[in-house]
Ligand binder design. Structure first.
Ligand code: SAH
Length: 440
């Protein structure tokens, strides 16, 4: 354990050189021993009395506005102790000098959890998923899901033979080497690859590193999920290369698609289209603005021997839906899975309007007794608001709409009940009545 510091001025507890600060920022991964020492220097963050409640309620974030006193700005990534205004130790976490989330707590209570907490948490995350009854028959799986696995800032996706890792905070970035060794040891994955994340790199003031962690990953990875096969571009593709969080919804689509003319909007690499094709869809139309994603989608459909007529539309999805509605196109199964439309609270209103507009056009394209699966993946649009948006679109479309099922992320993407921000994926399965019928 580092310095005690008591309630003295935490700024005096630590002074490090610019070179050490570079190491702390996680830049070179040489000199790991020295870096580990630096990361273990413990300083205190003191909360303001009025803003202690969320930490007392086990929320893992300390926002900058809740901090009354903090150390100097140079030790991003290091452990800090979080103290109440009265001086009691509330927990330990990783410090981020630049981020508005100043500390991510990894442990609550007085006890210093020690650096080996990382390995214990990773091991526990892997164990929770092993032989899990909801996570069977897939070689594509999220192994570590940040806060919900007690590892804020760390995301690990298994894509067949390749583990794709994202280090999203200064704390995890500074420990990348150690985490990679642990993952290599604890899993049998022959390859590890680190994906950059520019948004979090900017927010955290860390370098957006990308590259091989171990093994020799190259080309595309391959996953098989409940009989569906996908090529995954883990180097160039979006996020970690594939949307593992829609696995359960893909199962649902596969079960609903027989004989249905299916429209997959925001198709990306054809996750849903492949499921619909394997389920016996009569025809498939895919829409996405990314040509590269659509090319992979086409080869994924071929890989799965989907033989119904397929049309791929490289287009803005909002435009494409409007055009399809105006042209009188009709579909029996429609999937709407846009990127996060509200990336901040301020964007919620505009996003709600865009979302409603999109759903309205989808409803106009819905044949009698069509199914629509609609998703929103930004946590700023909460389940209540999401339902209201669906209501507004149904009302404007003059269609009877029944909400058959609420959909969300699968068991490898849980959210911790203490961290509601981790709930980002809201979805529904709707059944649409014939046009002109009174809602009821
Ligand atoms: N349904 C996909 C994931 C969708 S991710 C799956 O299950 O795999 C969102 C997709 O929307 C991305 O492929 C992105 O290229 C696409 N996209 C983003 N903005 C778009 C727009 N305005 N029009 C069409 N596609 C868009």
């Amino acid at each position: 354990m580092g310095r005690e510091g008591k309630l003295g001025n935490p700024r005096e507890a630590l002074s490090i050189s610019g070179c050490e600060a570079r190491i702390l920022a996680g830049l070179p991964l040489v000199g790991t021993v020295r870096m580990n020492e630096l990361l273990r220097i413990m300083t205190d963050i003191i909360l303001s009395a009025r803003r202690e409640r969320s930490v007392l309620r086990q929320h893992p974030w300390v926002l900058s506005g809740a901090v009354a006193q903090e150390p100097g700005a140079s030790e991003s990534g290091a452990w800090v102790r979080v103290l109440s205004s009265a001086g009691g130790v509330l927990g330990h976490g990783h410090y981020s000098a630049r981020s508005s989330i100043r500390v991510r707590l990894l442990a609550f209570g007085k006890e210093d959890p020690g650096e080996a907490l990382l390995e214990r948490r990773i091991e526990a995350a892997l164990a929770r998923r092993r032989d899990h009854p909801l996570l069977t028959e897939t070689t594509g799986l999220r192994l570590v899901n940040a806060e919900s696995d007690g590892l804020p800032g760390l995301v690990v996706d298994r894509m067949g033979d390749v583990l794709v890792v994202k280090f999203l905070t200064a704390g995890m970035h500074a420990r990348a080497e150690r985490i990679a060794r642990c993952l290599e040891e604890l899993t049998d994955a022959p390859h590890g690859y680190r994906r950059r994340d520019d948004t979090s790199a900017r927010r955290e003031g860390i370098s957006p590193d990308e590259g091989v962690l171990w093994g020799n990953p190259s080309g595309l990875a391959a996953i098989e999920e409940r009989g569906r096969r996908y090529a995954v571009d883990f180097m160039q593709g979006q996020k970690t290369g594939f949307y593992l969080d829609q696995r359960d919804a893909r199962d649902l689509v596969q079960g609903l698609s027989r004989g249905r003319r299916t429209l997959d909007v925001f198709s990306y690499t054809g996750g849903f289209a492949v499921a619909a094709g394997r389920g016996g869809a009569r025809a498939l139309v895919l829409v996405d603005s990314s040509q590269a994603a659509l090319e992979t989608a086409s080869s994924n459909l071929a890989l799965n021997q989907v033989e119904c007529p397929i049309e791929v539309r490289h287009s803005d999805a909002f435009e494409a839906l409007r055009t399809a509605a105006e042209a009188g196109e009709k579909y029996d199964l429609i999937v709407l899975d846009p990127p996060p439309l509200a990336r901040s609270r301020r964007a919620v209103q505009a996003a709600s309007r865009a979302y409603k507009d999109m759903l309205l056009h989808a409803l106009r394209c819905a044949s009698p007794s069509a199914f629509i699966l609609a998703f929103s993946c930004s946590h700023h649009i909460d389940p209540d608001l999401f339902q209201k948006i669906v209501f507004g679109a149904a009302l404007d479309a003059h269609r009877g709409v029944r909400w058959l099922r609420t959909l969300g992320a699968p068991a490898d993407h849980p959210f911790s009940i203490y961290h509601p921000e981790g709930r980002y994926l809201n979805g529904c399965l709707l059944e649409v009545e014939s046009a002109g019928q009174a809602p009821g």
